[in-house]
Design a binder for this molecule. Structure first.
Ligand SMILES: Nc1ncnc2c1ncn2[C@@H]1O[C@H](COP(=O)(O)OP(=O)(O)O)[C@@H](O)[C@H]1O
Ligand SMILES: [Mg+2]
Length: 365
């Protein structure tokens, strides 16, 4: 049987562009064992370039590939066909796409919508789960509806903060959530725009900072938390890994602790009782299904050190994906390595694409 051809998309128009190049390189290298890989670098301005040689993915700079602009077309008949720009010559036909992209325009449903239009198979969640998972307010509503325990929170629109000092809002937050609290833009990732406030002054600053990043802002009660994560794999009846734990080197797991300072560590598996593990895995499955995720997700929890309560924090539908990322390491722990893991994800993408093509798109009696 000929090898499957897979286009791996990496980079992108998001604060996580650099992180995504590392994921793209790791995924492309692992997949190249079983598939033919066509790496596509998405520049910070959104333009696609490919194929990028495997060894050049992490250092991808679009100006090095002026002749390699490529695209796909948003029509069903063009499924999987990659064209070169500007002359739209066909250059490759692939079996599936693997978005190795995090954050805006990669993980948030926009890219998934584009891939849907061209009817190509792609790894990971569809439009709905991707966008719902990216918006912390919508995500929390879905999780609440599924009966999952979460930290108390309030949400606001930027325009409520525009009209003078938000005294009413500050009062409400102090009354409902107290200090410390966490202030976050609703649609970001990698801790960008997030701050912790321990008094009113910091709360005001945190609200202004979050408002720079999004028109929707969420404020959560801050808890003294252990940070526990699990990996999920599959479409219907997904597999759930054992939990791992993040030991952040900073006061909380902020952008620096994630990507700049390498003193944060992972503990795999996390030191938990079998009851805690069972609960976390059960909540993880409920969350995955509630949001209609597919392919993969990493689901993050807090365990309140003061009350021992398990709370769901968030779902990441395209988590950081290198051999040293939590997502892959949790699977490695149970003997599933990057090569097989990435191949399984491609198989799930093909399965889901075949399933979606069973749907009628025109009305017939
Ligand atoms: N309510 C909270 N209580 C305690 N710590 C929090 C809370 N919310 C966020 N944090 C800390 O901030 C980090 C980033 O927040 P998170 O909501 O996971 O955003 P992101 O999507 O950017 O990863 C968490 O990993 C944790 O360290
Ligand atoms: Mg997080």
């Amino acid at each position: 049987m000929p090898k499957l051809k897979i286009a791996v998309l990496f980079g992108g128009r998001s604060g996580e562009h650099e992180v995504s190049r590392n994921s793209g390189a790791a995924i492309s290298n692992a997949l190249s064992v079983s598939c033919e890989v066509f790496p596509i670098g998405v520049a910070k301005d959104g333009q696609w370039y490919g194929p990028i040689p495997l060894a050049e993915i992490t250092a991808f700079e679009p100006q090095n590939y002026p002749e390699k602009k490529v695209t796909i077309l948003p029509f069903p008949h063009s499924r999987g066909i990659i064209y070169s720009l500007p002359n739209l010559a066909k250059i490759e036909e692939v079996d599936a796409f693997f978005p190795a992209m995090h954050g805006t325009f990669g993980e948030d449903g926009t890219l998934q919508g584009f891939l849907e239009l061209s009817q190509v198979a792609y790894v990971g969640s569809g439009v709905l789960a991707s966008s719902a998972g990216m918006d912390k307010i919508i995500m929390k509503r879905i999780f609440a509806d599924a009966g999952l325990p979460q930290v108390p929170y309030l949400s606001f629109l930027r325009k409520e903060l525009d009209s003078g000092p938000p005294d009413k809002i500050i009062k409400l937050i102090k009354k409902e959530l107290g200090f410390p609290c966490f202030i976050k833009p609703a649609n970001m990732g990698s801790s960008v725009g997030i701050s912790k406030a321990i008094d009113e002054e910091q709360l005001r600053q945190g609200l202004s900072k979050a408002a720079e990043y999004d028109r929707k802002i969420i404020v959560e009660k801050g808890i003294n938390a252990r940070e526990i994560e699990i990996s999920v794999l599959g479409n219907e009846n997904p597999q759930v890994s054992l939990p791992g734990e993040i030991i952040p080197c900073n006061e909380f797991y902020d952008y620096k602790a994630k990507y700049v300072d390498d003193r944060s560590s992972l503990r795999i598996p996390a030191d938990l009782t079998s009851n805690q593990i069972k609960k976390i895995q059960e909540y993880g499955t409920i969350a995955y299904e509630a949001i209609d995720a597919a392919g993969l997700a990493r689901i993050d929890f807090f365990i309140d050190k003061d009350t021992n309560e398990i709370l769901i924090n968030e779902i990441n539908t395209l988590p950081g994906f290198t051999a040293i990322s939590m997502y892959a390491k949790l699977w490695q722990h149970s003997g599933l390595y990057m090569e097989e893991l990435t191949k399984k994800l491609v198989d799930y993408a093909l399965e889901r694409n075949a399933e979606s093509r069973r749907n009628k798109t025109v009305y017939t009696d």
